[in-house]
Design a binder for this molecule. Structure first.
Ligand code: GAR
Length: 218
């Protein structure tokens, strides 16, 4: 039987790229539904770029500092994504905000990982926000990207307890372990067509028998 065609995915990074590494590792499995066809960074010195290149993945840099405004930067990104035949965009620590038209162009075809249990703690410094709020559970979320920041429909979440004595760094480290489990799983659901955006909800295919979309890791 012919192997199922894989969805062509671009991973966009700005730095370390540890989530990207977890996805590249998962994507080595023959039955993984996504092929990582491009890793793209807005920073030429992003450590994740070298790792991707060493894995034989095509890489590109579109340096935001070379563009006069957001629209022209987004236009250059779009050109690279089209040239690589990308079907699904996966943001993994990509620290730029897109223009509305770019987000609209990728509606239902762009996902992000955010280090909090959305809709709590949007934006930056999420672990400090969680500690300040005194929550006992914190975590990470994979969601579709919509024009409003960190507000898109949720594909999957993982939670961790907030422990006495936690500081933002200890919490970040515990959550990162869960990010690395969650993102490859959520990307597989989306790339394989088992999770998709319908209006402002994520719907799951009937064969997603276990509620992977509500994964809870304690
Ligand atoms: C991750 O913790 C990710 O959730 C966060 O940046 C980190 C990137 O780490 N993303 C955001 O804050 C997006 N707003 P990585 O480069 O090692 O994957």
């Amino acid at each position: 039987m012919a192997a199922q065609r894989k969805t062509r995915v671009a991973i966009l990074i700005s730095g370390r790229g540890s989530n990207m590494v977890s996805i590249l590792d998962a994507a080595r499995a023959p039955d993984y539904p996504a092929e990582i066809a491009l890793v793209l960074s807005n920073r030429p010195d992003a450590p994740g770029l070298a790792h991707a290149a060493a894995c034989g993945i095509p890489t590109k840099t579109v340096d935001h500092r070379s563009f006069p405004d957001r629209a022209s930067f987004d236009g250059a990104l779009q050109a690279e994504l089209e040239a690589a035949g990308i079907e699904l965009v996966c943001l993994a620590g990509f620290m730029r905000i897109f223009s509305g038209p770019f987000v609209e162009a990728w509606a239902g075809r762009m996902i992000n990982i955010h280090p909090s249990l959305l809709p709590l703690f949007r934006g930056v410094h999420t672990h400090a926000q969680a500690l300040a709020a005194g929550v006992r559970l914190h975590g990470c979320t994979v969601h579709y990207v919509v024009p409003e920041l960190d507000a898109g429909p949720i594909v999957a979440q993982a939670a961790v307890p907030v422990l006495p004595g936690d500081d933002p760094d200890s919490l970040a480290a515990r959550i990162l372990v869960q990010e690395h489990r969650l993102y490859p799983m959520a990307l597989a659901l989306v790339a394989g067509g088992r999770a998709r955006l319908e209006g402002n909800r994520v719907v799951f295919a009937g064969d997603v028998a276990t509620p992977e979309g509500a994964l809870l890791s304690l």
